[in-house]
Write a protein that binds this ligand. Sequence first.
Ligand code: HAM
Length: 419
Amino acid sequence: MIQLIRGFKDILPEETPLWRHIERTATALFEDFGFREIRVPIMEKTDLFARSIGEETDIVEKEMYTFPDRKGDLITLRPEATASIVRSFVQHKLYAQKPVHKLYTIGPMFRRERPQKGRYRQFYQIDAEIFGDGSPYEDAQLIFMLVTLLERLSVTDTSAHINSLGCPACRPDFKAGLQAFLADKGQVLCEDCLRRRENNPLRVLDCKVPACRDAVADAPDLLDYLCDDCRNHFDTVQRALADLGVPFEVDKRLVRGLDYYTRTAFEIQTGALGAQSAVAGGGRYDGLVRALGGPDQPASGFAIGFDRLAEIVAMVQNDLQRPPALFVAALGEACRAAAFDWVCRLAVAGVNAEMSTTERSLKSQMKQAHRLGAPRVLIFGDDEMARGEAMLRDMATKEQQALPLEGIVETLQTILMAK
Ligand code: HAM
């Protein structure tokens, strides 16, 4: 038997109602906040990700599914959606249409990480981005929208962590301070960090190797290096969140694993999934649109780990399976043929009815109806046919009601849709 690829997974029919519930809840909320859907390809030129996420990040160095296509061009299965959305935003000059764009997308991403609970090689993200508004209020609104979504999904055991990563004006000072701090840590840092220490020391703060984590425990804080503009921006984000009643924690160690961030960075963390604590992450990335060939446009956004969110929501909501509204228990070929016609016509009218298409005893069909969770069964055998009726049985109260065959689909529709 051929099995699926390690780190990939099927989302089975018993899980999809939950996924769709999350998707519907998220899109309805996002649309109320003025977001519109965009769909971008799942493959892009490798350069796009290298240039936006950053050459020295774990994602680009170790995790991307990159391969030459048949002509030898390097292409990559997208590890995230932001780079593609920025590419699309720039390529189609969306910025020329109106000053602010709010976009969302939902789809699969690919990272070749070590698979474990909550971490997959193909996973899904619900991604939201705002272009054209550099205000701290937008950052607060993104976090508020995220927290509201979690509330609507009854996910409570989460906390919002925020930090500021500075801007091109103040980050070089921090970089120099951090490099000075790391100068005598050569003995303990991992090979990647030794390299990153030179060009991109912020990445050392993000390293998952325990020795590196210990080594940076007393590293300088970015927040102490913020310029006045960044400090004011961060203060306003915090004030806006407090005014909106969103609890948050300032987390000085939060640097995020992608290079494009400026100023606000945030994560929603949970204790529910063991080591994989981030359900969502995001932040501001004011330089990326320009870096990818567009105008100087501020931007910020986030992505939710859909798989992780679904795992958490499954712990609190498990009643999303939709049973059929009716089971038709037909006995004998003539009755079965009529029942088949009713079942098809009910489906067209928006009512899910099920039946057995092979000959089975009434007892066995009642069992099947029970297993499917159908609240009503329509019993139709030769006797009923002779009387010109079918018997509708309520499975909970055991009450029975004779329905005339004449116009039975419409009658059923009225009864079943009323509930
Ligand atoms: P990220 O932090 O790399 O950010 O990913 C966002 C979320 O995707 C994570 O918090 C996590 O829930 C989920 N995730 C990441 N990797 C995996 C995995 N291997 N398996 C399961 N879930 C995973 C970004 O991707 C940015 N593009 C977010 C953003 C949008 N920033 C600005 N705009």
